[in-house]
Design a protein around this ligand. Structure first.
Ligand code: F0G
Length: 366
């Protein structure tokens, strides 16, 4: 039976017999092949190829217990907090970290405190933190303000910080890279992901490097990260004071792991680029209606980025790397049910009709 990622990847993680493992059996998420996206990329890179030259895969992290990749980091952070005899944890969050921290804290019997930006957290995430029993405070400010506060509080008071500044978060999240390699039976050539506070790109790159060191893979992917255009400090090279985007999960103007994200980009020969809200929402709809995969807007930044790079001939320039059977992985970080308001805001509301067979048949075209 799958017993969570610490059990599976114990040899790669800083745990011992003394660590009480707090798990919801997170990890082991599906890596789903996308025929549509494979066709789009292959046709662009190899217009004359008979078969698909490029395979695009979607790592569906929305299927973790609380609906996002944060559970990978949280099983580690909360287990270590418990091992250290901590009684309370604290985080700043755009929503998913708070949902995950409160669930794992509830399981461990720890108090959880979360600070979120007022009015800027998707409904699903807020309801998770509340129902799991966290003390939830809305800050009249943004994520960056909230992060500064929790850093100061955790430095002065006996409460453990569980944002990705906590190194155990990165340790847990690197297992996403391990799983991708295990599932593909090799490393992908390219790996695309959204970038917010930049912990996850840091974690994945660490994971790939460790797997290569242990000879589990024989190459490293290029790391391709995507920020939202209105919240793209790394791309612009400066702090964004008032970040704005429909992708509230990555509405961050001063990422904590900024330098590590740049290192992942540079060491891997990748890039960090930005995508507009329009591109994000197009990819969001395409994934839901074309693939049957419902993600939250921030997660669609991976696929929006893929489509942007295809348009810019990025993969053509790189065609040496993609000859034959190149593999591209887009990480889909969170579930669409986290933010149902967004779906309802951009799709036409269902019609209301009489409970009458004729009326129904007329509408459905029979
Ligand atoms: N995708 C989703 C769904 C997220 O919730 C986040 C971050 C990211 C991508 C970006 O990951 O921060 O490691 O670069 N959410 C954090 C939170 C900030 O508070 O839930 P990152």
């Amino acid at each position: 039976m799958w017993q969570g990622l610490i059990n599976k990847y114990r040899d790669f993680l800083p745990v011992t017999e003394a660590t009480p493992i707090v798990t919801l059996n997170e990890g082991n998420t599906p890596l789903v092949y996308s025929e549509n996206l494979s066709r789009i990329v292959s046709a662009e890179v190899y217009p004359h190829a008979k078969n698909f030259a490029v395979g695009v895969y979607l790592k569906y992290e929305g299927l973790n217990p609380t609906g996002s990749f944060k559970d990978r980091g949280m099983t580690m952070a909360i287990s270590k907090a418990k091992e250290d005899k901590s009684t309370a944890v604290i985080c700043a969050s755009t929503g998913n970290t708070s949902a995950s921290a409160s669930a794992y804290a509830a399981r461990a019997g720890l108090k959880s405190i979360v600070l979120v930006p007022e009015g800027a957290v998707a409904l699903g995430k807020l309801s998770q933190a509340l129902i799991h029993g966290a003390v939830v405070l809305q800050i009249r400010g943004n994520f960056d303000d909230a992060l500064n506060l929790v850093k100061e509080i955790s430095a002065k008071y006996p409460v453990t910080l569980v944002n990705s500044l906590n190194p155990f978060r990165i340790e847990g999240q690197k297992t996403g890279a391990f799983e991708i390699c295990d599932q593909l039976e090799e490393a992908p050539h390219f790996q695309l992901m959204p970038v917010g506070n930049a912990g996850n790109i840091t974690a994945y790159w660490k994971g790939y490097k460790e797997y290569k060191e242990k000879n589990k893979i024989n190459k490293l992917p290029r790391m391709l990260g995507f920020q939202a255009q209105g919240a793209a400090p790394i791309v612009r090279g400066e702090i964004v004071k008032n970040p704005k985007t429909v992708a509230t999960a990555i509405r961050i103007g001063n990422p904590a792991s900024w330098k590590n994200a740049e290192a992942a980009r540079d060491e891997s020969g990748g890039l960090i680029d930005m995508v507009s809200d329009e591109e994000i929402l197009n990819a969001y709809k395409m994934l839901a209606a074309g693939e049957g995969i419902f993600v939250e807007p921030a997660s669609a930044a991976s696929v929006a980025g893929l489509l942007k790079l295809v348009k810019n001939d990025y993969f053509k320039r790189d065609s040496q790397d993609v000859i034959g059977n190149a593999k591209i992985v887009c990480v889909l970080t969170g579930h669409g049910l986290k933010d149902p308001d967004r779906a309802l805001a951009i799709i036409k509301k269902p019609k209301i009709i009489k409970p009458d067979i004729k009326a129904v048949l007329k509408e459905i075209g029979y």
